[in-house]
Ligand binder design. Sequence first.
Ligand code: 5MM
Length: 332
Amino acid sequence: MGSCRQIAAQLVAPGKGVLAADESIATMSGRLEKAGVEATAENRRRYRELLASTPGLSDGASGIIFCDETLGQEFADGTPFAQAVRALGVLPGIKVDTGAKPCPGLPGETVTEGLDGLPARLAHHAGIGAAFAKWRAVFVIADGRPSAGAIRGNANALARYAAACQEAGIVPIVEPEVLMDGAHAVERCGAVTATVHAAVREELALLGVDLAGIVLKPNMVVEGRDHPEPVSPERVAEATVEVLRAWPAELAGVAFLSGGQPPERATANLEAMQHHATPWPLTFSFGRALVDPALTAWHGDPALVEAGQAALGERVAANAAAVRRRARLQPV
Ligand code: 5MM
């Protein structure tokens, strides 16, 4: 447990965040094709090597999350991904859920699966160098949703995953994501996020998960994508921190997902969070808000690797700068 606490603290170290590059094969293939790149294992590997080898990445990124395909691959020089990124000063992580699947009994809702054989997979991932893991539960806001059953089922799975990770000496990133889909107001997102978090806390406690050895990866509290009026970063920060205040001080830290927000908005919201004094650091574990500009700039052209890396480096630096704002406000 000691090493989990140490690694969790490293992941949320002042001025650093986590790069989520763990798209499943299906998601990554779709994104490559949309960018005009053939969806092959080699192109997924090339893209992840581009991201992971971005010059200066470790200045703003403490860790990178991969999917198991990538963790089984190698850099072009033959170095396995986990070893290569460790050598670059970044901790490798692994997404271990197998996705949000339709939940029997709850039409239209999902439960995230992946508990079968999890201890053996975690032992394998630890053996090849993974320092941390990630599991994402997904909640949709709609009439009567998320249901109590979907919240409970997903919270229980998150807790079982987290307990298994800590037993394997791997830090669990616990990701309950309330999606932006819909036209709901920011207040509804706040209420749903608070209810989901309460269930997650309860299940984590029932399984004895050490909060000082996990990183929470929540959504920011924002209005639905189809809501007519976007709320300001100050309002997002206020609403988000209000929900997070229910987490005990021993929680290692909070690393937000970006959830499909435009990259600049995610960064502005993250910066606004830093103006609130909290017992845990508030940082980023963005996927799309970090990598979309890089994929667009590169779009599979070997001559544009540096352009892709520059685009990623710019987003990582902007978010690291946002997080460093906290250090100036609240010296540690
Ligand atoms: C990178 O995408 C992750 C995996 O998604 P799929 O398994 O559906 O392909 C995803 O879990 C991601 O890590 C989080 O949603 C955060 O990403 P965003 O883009 O929301 O910051």
